[in-house]
Ligand binder design. Structure first.
Ligand code: XMP
Length: 518
């Protein structure tokens, strides 16, 4: 297992993509910790990192109160890589000069390599040109003593700089994003070649470190974990159970808005395969009654969020209270909900999560997956022995079918939708497409249309089919099914599901659409 002796310290200046740096460092087999820039010196003393990476930032180094590299970090005798703002701050604080650029660079840019440097070893050579991703307005106009330019772009004469003797580097572009195709290899070079850190981090190491962390956080207290049936909360629960055993109680709330067979699958898996104490609450009457007459999507979401809280509160009381609440929060959930300034970002949809619960019940959160991305959580799930068919399941939203039935949600509508959804997913599986698709589901529209079946007229509802590809759910593309596949689904759904006589396919990407219809 990786020990903190081999850590990389990532100083966060507020970039939206700082976590991607950590992810790339993990992919290079090295442990890292992200710390707000102001705590850099403290982290340096505690972690004794082997290298430091300075993140980007929405700030400008010339802003009043701009984030600064702490003095201890600046003086540290270990390799430092500044990315975007990190490079600019390094220059501004070490004797260079940064000015506002007349030529903003945003998006893809061509980088020309003008010098050799350890970051580029085995990746880029002098004289070559490569695609990178830029996002900056300010630009470096003079570099500090000891540095030399090693790459340039149209908008950045110091697109990459190096001081090999001091092992300090700066890049104006973002190597951590996928739009810089070789970026991951540059970061791997920095941590393994420049800093000489052995590539020993692994998911097994992460699992062991998190288990120790959970034990330290929770002590002898009880933890309540809400299971949604999705991958994230299941992986969190299994990990926490491994850490604290029966101090964990899982609560699975069946709100009557689940997919076909879902409740049985989850209960069986947890009770029979994991022997994890699981309280299965059938709260469908409460949820259905509360949803009667509600047609507004936000009102549905708010009601469902509140009803979850009520169920959790009741269950917590039954076990004599719990000090901690466990959630399967992932990193994309964190960035979607918190802006750089700490203020609220615009609410597109109120996610059902139980964010109101800890405050109301005076609980602290246990969120062991907070720094991971979905595909990493899936790998952790496999590491923990969860069945691959479960780990590879498409995401399913907490409010369930309620947000896939525009208009009023009734038991009948849920039953109809469940059948159509199961047929659609069955066809997707049979076609071998399930794993290529990020998420696929059916929606039931409150619109009736006229059809003809046999010799008779029908007047039934419309079913919409949705399938998207995505990396993290924040943007999505429509999955391009062949028309024969969609025809097959339409035929089966109309023939086998009473109440539906027409099927349409949703061709909207995100943005401008969202993945769910509400
Ligand atoms: P949208 O519709 O916002 O969805 O493009 C992005 C991803 O998030 C899921 N989603 C939710 N997940 N609680 C959840 O746990 C929610 O309230 C919620 N709303 C949307 C959605 O299924 C997609 O994967």
């Amino acid at each position: 297992m990786t020990t903190p002796d081999n850590a990389v310290l990532i100083l966060d200046f507020g970039s939206q993509v700082t976590q991607l740096i950590a992810r790339r460092v993990r992919e290079a087999g090295v442990y890292s910790e992200i710390v707000p820039f102001a705590k850099g010196d403290e982290a340096l003393a505690r972690l004794k990192p082997r290298a430091i990476i300075l993140s980007g930032s929405p700030a400008s180094v010339s802003d009043v109160g701009a984030p600064m590299i702490p003095p201890g970090v600046l003086a540290a005798d270990i390799p430092i890589l500044g990315i975007c703002y990190g490079e600019q701050a390094l220059c501004a604080q070490a004797g260079g000069h940064v000015g506002a650029s007349g030529h903003r660079e945003f998006g893809r840019a061509a980088l020309r390599i003008v010098g050799d440097c350890a970051l580029f070893d085995g990746v880029w050579a002098k004289g070559e040109a490569h695609q990178v991703w830029m996002s900056h307005g300010d630009r470096i106009e003079a570099i500090p003593p000891g540095f030399r330019p090693v790459a340039v772009s149209d908008g950045a004469p110091f697109a990459a700089i190096a001081d090999d003797a001091a092992r300090r580097y700066g890049v104006q572009f973002h190597p951590e994003v996928v739009h810089t195709p070789d970026g991951a290899r540059l970061l791997a070079n920095f941590v393994t070649r420049v800093a000489g850190i052995p590539a020993t981090w692994s998911m097994a190491g992460f699992r062991a470190a998190k288990i120790a962390e959970i034990r330290a956080q929770v002590g002898e207290e009880r933890v309540l974990c809400g299971l949604s049936g999705g991958v994230d909360s299941a992986v969190a629960a299994v990990l926490i159970h491994e850490a604290i055993g029966d101090q964990l109680t899982c609560v699975f709330v069946d709100h009557g808005l689940l997919r076909l067979g879902e409740a049985e699958q989850v209960v069986t898996m947890f009770r029979e395969h994991y022997h994890i104490p699981l309280v299965h609450v059938d709260a469908s009457d409460v949820f259905m009654a509360g949803l009667a007459g509600v047609t507004d999507p936000e009102q549905k979401r708010k009601f469902i969020g509140g009803a979850f809280i009520d169920v959790f509160e009741a269950e917590a009381r039954k076990i004599g209270g719990a000090r901690f609440l466990a959630q399967g929060t992932l990193y994309p959930d964190v960035i979607e909900s918190v802006s750089f300034t700490g203020g609220p970002s615009v609410t597109i949809k109120s996610h059902h999560n139980v964010g109101g619960l800890p405050a109301r019940m005076n609980m602290a959160l246990v969120e062991p997956l907070r720094e991971l991305f979905k595909d990493e959580v899936r790998r952790l799930g496999v590491e923990l022995g969860l069945p691959p068919t479960f780990v590879g399941r498409h995401p399913f939203p907490g409010p369930g079918l309620a947000i896939r039935i525009p208009g009023e949600v009734t038991r009948d509508a849920c039953d109809t939708l469940r059948k159509a959804d199961a047929i659609y997913l069955d066809e997707i599986r049979k076609a071998g497409l399930y794993d290529e698709i990020w998420q696929a589901f059916a929606v039931l529209l409150p619109v009736r249309t006229v059809g003809v079946m046999g010799d008779g007229r029908t007047y039934e509802k419309v079913c919409g089919l949705r399938a998207v590809t995505s990396v993290d759910g924040m943007t999505a593309d429509v999955y391009p099914f062949e028309s024969a596949f969609l025809s097959r689904c339409a035929t089966r759904i109309v023939n086998e599901v009473q109440g539906i006589n027409r099927v349409v396919y949703d061709y909207t990407s995100k943005p401008p659409g969202t993945i769910e219809w509400e």
